[in-house]
Design a binder for this molecule. Structure first.
Ligand SMILES: C[S@@+](CC[C@H](N)C(=O)[O-])C[C@H]1O[C@@H](n2cnc3c(N)ncnc32)[C@H](O)[C@@H]1O
Length: 312
C-alpha cells in the first residue's frame, strides 16, 4: 500500500480550514490574512485517470489506495445523487484536470489528458471571480494553489471551475449541466445592471483576445486593445489572462524594436505569472529569459522601428 498523499502546507503554518459554508456544503476558508501571490499548498493526486473513466476504472484505482484513503474518497461531495454510481458521481463532482486551467495559454500543457482526485483541494468551491489559482507542477506531480489577491481572515478561498470569460447565463448553464450545481458565487449572484455590466466586460475581453491576435501588422492598435482588455480585467478583479495580454504587448514591442517598452511589458507578464503559476512555472521562466534579453525573441525587428507604449 502506498502512504496517504498529503497536502504540503507546513510552510504556511495555520492558513486554511475546511468548514461548512452556507449554501455550498464544505469549503476552504483562510484562518489568517494572506497576501496576493502566496503559496497556499501543493497536493499530489490520490489517483489519476483519463478524464471520462467508467465506474469500474475508478474502483480499480481506489483498490490500490489504503482503506483510509478509500474512506476519505467516499466522504467527498456528490452532486449527482443517485443518477450515477457513488464512485463515479464523486469523481464527476471532484476531479481536476492536470493542467494549468487559468493562466495564460502560452505554454503547452502536456498533462491535460489526465485528471485526478485531490482530497484537500476537492473542498475548494467555485467562484467566477476566483481568489485562488491552481497550476499543475509537472516535475513534482503536484497541484499547486496560490492566492490571486490579498485575502482577509475568514474569507472563503475559491478557484473557478468554468471559463470566467463567459456571460453569467452561460457560466450558470455550464456549471449546472457539467458540474451539477447552481452557482451561488458573487459574480453569478449579480443582478440587473451590475450583471449586464459584468457580462459586457467579460465578453469584451474575450473578443479583444481575438482582435489582438489579428493586429500583427498594426502594433499601435494592438497595444491600445491590450490596455482596454487589462482595464476590464482589473474592473472584474480577474488577474487571469493578464500575463497573456502582457506577453502579446511584449511581442508587438519587439516586432518594432521598441525594446524599452518590451522589457516593461515582459516584466509585468513575469510578475503576473509568478502570482498565478509561481516563479518556477514554465511561463514565468520563459518571461524571465525574454526580460533579460528581449532581442532574443524570434519576432525581434521584423517591422520598421517605432516607439509604442508600456503598461499604464
Ligand atoms: C468539488 S466540491 C467542492 C466542495 C464541496 N462544497 C464539499 O462540500 O465538499 C463541488 C461541489 O461543491 C458545491 N459548490 C461548489 N461551488 C459552488 C458554488 N459556487 N455555488 C454553489 N455550490 C457550489 C457544489 O455542490 C459542487 O458540486
Amino acid at each position: 500500500m502506498t502512504s496517504p498523499p498529503a497536502a504540503h502546507t507546513e510552510e504556511q503554518g495555520e492558513t486554511l480550514l475546511v468548514q461548512d459554508v452556507p449554501g455550498r456544503g464544505k469549503g476552504i476558508v483562510a484562518v489568517r490574512s494572506v497576501k496576493k501571490g502566496e503559496f497556499l499548498f501543493s497536493e499530489p493526486p490520490l489517483f489519476t485517470l483519463p478524464p471520462s473513466p467508467t465506474n469500474s476504472n475508478i474502483l480499480g484505482a481506489l483498490s490500490k489506495c489504503t482503506r483510509e484513503q478509500q474512506r476519505q474518497y467516499f466522504t467527498l461531495a456528490n452532486s449527482y445523487g443517485k443518477q450515477l454510481l457513488p464512485a463515479l458521481a464523486i469523481w464527476e463532482t471532484n476531479f481536476l484536470l492536470l493542467g494549468n486551467g487559468n493562466s495564460a495559454k502560452i505554454i503547452p500543457q502536456p498533462a491535460q489528458d489526465l485528471a485526478g482526485i485531490f482530497l484537500l483541494a476537492s473542498r475548494f468551491n467555485s467562484s467566477c471571480t476566483p481568489n485562488v489559482s491552481k497550476s499543475w507542477d509537472e516535475l513534482r506531480s503536484v497541484m499547486v494553489f496560490r492566492t490571486l489577491r490579498d485575502i482577509a481572515e475568514g474569507e472563503e478561498l475559491c478557484f473557478n471551475y468554468c471559463d470566467v470569460l463567459e456571460t453569467q447565463q452561460e457560466r450558470r448553464r455550464v456549471l449546472s449541466s457539467e458540474f451539477g450545481f447552481d452557482c451561488a458565487c458573487p459574480a453569478c449572484c449579480l443582478q440587473g445592471d451590475d450583471a449586464a455590466e459584468s457580462d459586457r466586460r467579460r465578453i469584451s475581453v474575450l473578443r479583444l483576445f481575438d482582435e489582438v491576435g489579428r493586429c500583427g501588422n498594426e502594433p499601435t492598435l494592438g497595444i491600445r486593445k491590450i490596455k482596454l482588455a487589462l482595464q476590464m480585467l482589473k474592473e472584474e478583479s480577474l488577474i487571469h489572462y493578464e500575463a497573456s495580454f502582457c506577453y502579446d504587448a511584449f511581442q508587438f514591442c519587439v516586432l518594432v524594436s521598441d525594446f524599452v517598452n518590451a522589457k516593461a511589458w515582459i516584466r509585468k507578464a513575469w510578475e503576473v505569472s509568478c502570482i498565478t503559476s509561481g516563479p518556477d512555472s514554465n511561463a514565468a521562466r520563459m518571461f524571465k529569459v525574454y526580460w533579460a534579453n528581449p532581442r532574443s525573441h524570434t519576432l525581434a525587428a521584423v517591422l520598421p522601428k517605432t516607439t509604442l507604449s508600456g503598461p499604464d
